[in-house]
Design a protein around this ligand. Structure first.
Ligand SMILES: *[C@@H]1O[C@H](CO)[C@@H](O)[C@H](O)[C@H]1NC(C)=O
Ligand SMILES: *[C@@H]1O[C@H](CO)[C@@H](O)[C@H](O)[C@H]1NC(C)=O
Length: 178
C-alpha cells in the first residue's frame, strides 16, 4: 500500500515536471527589426546588395530579373523602418532566383547583431521568399553566441518597395526558441 502511494506521488511529480518543461519549451523570444535592401545607390545610401551572377530566362512580371540571377547582400538592420533609426545589425548572405514561374528566391542569411547584448552573436536563416507575397515565412535554423542552438521562424513583410530602384525595406519578426 505504502509502495503504491509513493508511486502515485512520484507520478504526480513527473507530471508536474513535464508540465513545467512544456511551459519552458513553449517560451519564445520575439525580435523585430527592419532590413534595408539597397539595390540601387541613392544620394547618401550606397548599394548594399550586388548581383553576382546573371541567369537565363526573364521572369514573368519583371523582364529585367532572370531565373538564375544570384545576389549577395550586406544589408543594414535597424530598430525602426527609418534607415536613420538605431542600428541592430547586418543581414549578410545570398539569394538565387530559384523559381521559373515567379519572383521567389532562396534566402540564405546570417543575421549578425552589432549592438547591445546581442553584439557579436548571429542567427542563421534559410527559406523561400516570394517577394510579392504579403507574409513570407523563413526558418531560423541555428545561431551562435547568445543564439547558440536557436531555432524558430521569421516572418517577412515588405514595408516599402520602389519598383524603379528595386530598393526595399522589409519588416522582420523573429520568433525564437533559445
Ligand atoms: C560590438 O562589439 C565590437 C567588438 O567587440 C565593438 O568593437 C563594438 O564597439 C560593439 N558595438 C556596440 C554598439 O556595442
Ligand atoms: C522611386 O525611386 C525613384 C528614383 O530614386 C524616385 O524618383 C521615386 O520617387 C521613387 N518612388 C517612390 C514611390 O518612392
Amino acid at each position: 500500500m505504502a509502495k503504491s502511494k509513493l508511486s502515485t506521488l512520484q507520478l504526480q511529480l513527473i507530471l508536474i515536471s513535464m508540465a513545467l518543461a512544456t511551459a519552458a519549451a513553449a517560451t519564445t523570444t520575439h525580435l523585430r527589426f527592419y532590413m534595408h535592401d539597397i539595390v540601387t545607390a541613392t544620394a547618401g545610401s550606397p548599394a548594399t546588395g550586388v548581383r553576382v551572377a546573371r541567369g537565363t530566362m526573364p521572369l514573368p512580371g519583371d523582364p529585367n530579373t532572370r531565373f538564375g540571377d544570384i545576389h549577395v547582400i550586406d544589408d543594414p538592420l535597424t530598430e525602426g523602418p527609418d534607415a536613420a533609426s538605431p542600428a541592430v545589425g547586418r543581414a549578410q548572405g545570398s539569394y538565387p532566383f530559384a523559381d521559373q514561374q515567379e519572383l521567389a528566391v532562396i534566402f540564405s542569411l546570417n543575421i549578425v547583431f552589432t549592438a547591445g547584448k546581442n553584439n557579436g552573436s548571429y542567427l542563421v536563416v534559410n527559406g523561400r521568399d516570394a517577394f510579392f507575397d504579403e507574409v513570407r515565412e523563413l526558418a531560423v535554423i541555428g545561431g551562435a553566441g547568445r543564439f547558440r542552438g536557436a531555432t524558430g521562424y521569421a516572418l517577412l513583410r515588405t514595408h516599402y518597395f520602389n519598383s524603379t530602384t528595386k530598393n526595399a525595406v522589409v519588416k522582420i519578426d523573429m520568433y525564437l526558441r533559445l
